[in-house]
Design a protein around this ligand. Sequence first.
Ligand code: AMP
Ligand code: GLY
Length: 409
Amino acid sequence: MLSGAQDRFYAAPGNPGIADHAECVDLDVSNHAVVIQFCRENDIGLVVVGPEAPLVDGLADSLNSVNVPVFGPSQAAAQLEGSKGFTKDLCERAGIPTAGYVRTRSLAEATEALDKFEAPYVLKADGLAAGKGVVIAETRAIAAEALTGMFSGQFGTAGEEVVIEEFMRGEEASFFALTDGTTIIPFGSAQDHKRVGEGDTGPNTGGMGAYSPAPVLTAELEREVMERIITPTVETLRGEGTPYSGVLFAGLMLTDEGPKLIEYNCRFGDPECQVLMTRLQSDLGETMLACASGALSGAHNAAFDEATALTVVMAANNYPGTPEKGGSIHLNEAESAGAKVFHAGTVRTEDGGLAVNGGRVLNVTASGVNVTAAKAAAYAAVEKIDFASGFYRSDIGWREVEREAGSAA
Ligand code: AMP
Ligand code: GLY
């Protein structure tokens, strides 16, 4: 929920979905002067920086320097997403549970470091690589080949350093928290489906579907995550003079030894955001403004609907490779039974229709009393949509659906 205190919303660049709620503006967000000028001309009271690249590029610092409130961390604090090595070192300093690791800066160093690990080998380009910088290599030969690719510029400057990690076993879940640098409020949990294919097979994607909450993250585990992972992260960054404000999205592995951090993102995930927002009942604008202005307090506790929200991503053919663009989409009556269709890579055609303009195109989202019910409602909406040049996974939520069937039996 977003309060009516704000009467005007702008989205840059936006898409035909958000155009129903905000004016879409074509701003070059890599040009900070242009963004500042826009904020001044339009009397902007809060800027929410969605993606990681402009945060790592210091957009929040530029806006803060001219007193425009920003929801999102400074360049220094955004290193939590911008550099895997930075985060691993921070975990070590703060005693945060995570996989053992070595940072390497050359192929020779990395190859030698492989001796310290066992298969499967986890290799990560240090910098931002649009979610493609992680390789899990089953054998040493595959690891050596992947390292050669990384150090020969496959990921550009992101691969100048490679972090090699111990492989963690367990189930993955995501946990969210909002902070102004001092006060922290938990902001729910979710589970994503990263692989493109049914049954979690095929290449990794940005996410093919998600649900919230994630029942595997019990209240007790959430407390443990807050105490052992989130709080020490926020306190360490503040203590070192680079306080973090905004949303912390912790990717977790639930291991036999307890939850361990896989990685941090400094944004709401996609499609995790869609399911979190579907459940949110308290005022997001007010809470984000409090984060931006250092005024978050216990009074801002986020309230979520107890129902489960589940979203199915409809993607363009060939995603996560180069997506087939231009195909037409008809939403028909998809939203008639209470579902919500969030747009991603869509564009308005000249005749007012909708066409494909990106890899992940629609997020068809619905709620239910549990994952099984939310899944049924979301797929009922998916089936109403005509999207001939796209595809979707039909098993979003499968782990939880199996568990729910087990506990009903
Ligand atoms: P990341 O971009 O760091 O989230 O990594 C992408 C995916 O790789 C994660 O969602 C996990 O599925 C997997 N992964 C990353 N690090 C590890 C690890 N140390 N052990 C096991 N799996 C991992
Ligand atoms: N869905 C994972 C992410 O946004 O990074």
